[in-house]
Design a protein around this ligand. Sequence first.
Ligand SMILES: *[C@@H]1O[C@H](CO)[C@@H](O)[C@H](O)[C@H]1NC(C)=O
Length: 245
Amino acid sequence: MKIIVTFLAIFALSAAVELPPSLKTCRRKDPQYQQCLSAAVPLFIKSLSAGLRNFRILPIEPLAVDSIKIGESTGPVSVKQSYRNIKLYGLTRGLEVNNYRIDFNKLILTSDSYNPQVDFVADYELDGQVLVLPIHGKGHSNITMIGLHAKNTIYCDTHVKDGETYLRIKKYDIKFHPERVLMHFGNLFDGDNALAEQMNTFIAQNSDLLFKELQASYEETFGLVFAKLGNEVFSRIPMNKLFPQ
Ligand SMILES: *[C@@H]1O[C@H](CO)[C@@H](O)[C@H](O)[C@H]1NC(C)=O
């Protein structure tokens, strides 16, 4: 399965910048380090809602992604999917981060996160098979994850620039455990309303099963998006400022 994500152009500023006031750092020797991070990280992410100008970070509420293409997989749900003009709503609203841990030797950051509701809204094109039914269409889609619990594992390495060490996310691994998933694809079967209605009813009734089949590609996609976002911050603030001793 092949996944391609393209982003909106952001004019990257390569020079290091001052810590934004919304970014509270935690001292590594703080005995309450984990609690400190669990409080500081969601506050910082929420502060990105409207973007962060001198970091050239665009608003993340909603977070816009240009396009995503997901190739066909093998299995009961095999659908070639492409999404454009993607907006992710709800990444910051009510966000909670728990069990934040950083292994500074292996450079692995792990946390559990919770979002009350995340909507993935886009223009879609689908073509493939769901169980034994053919599916195709082109229109507006809305995939909603309610009560989204996620496990985040971020694998990093470091690089040195102008004598300063910076973290770099190599892989952002995310596992979703939504309480409920709602999916809606408008204009399925090119507007053949009877067929489209049947398919949306079928999708609604089987959304948990469908989501399980598509989950890996959505997780991979979100992982790529979050790695990109994280690196916008990590590439501009030296590691010893972000995670002071
Ligand atoms: C997407 O669906 C969710 C759940 O039904 C809803 O709350 C949200 O407003 C919808 N978003 C759009 C843009 O239709």
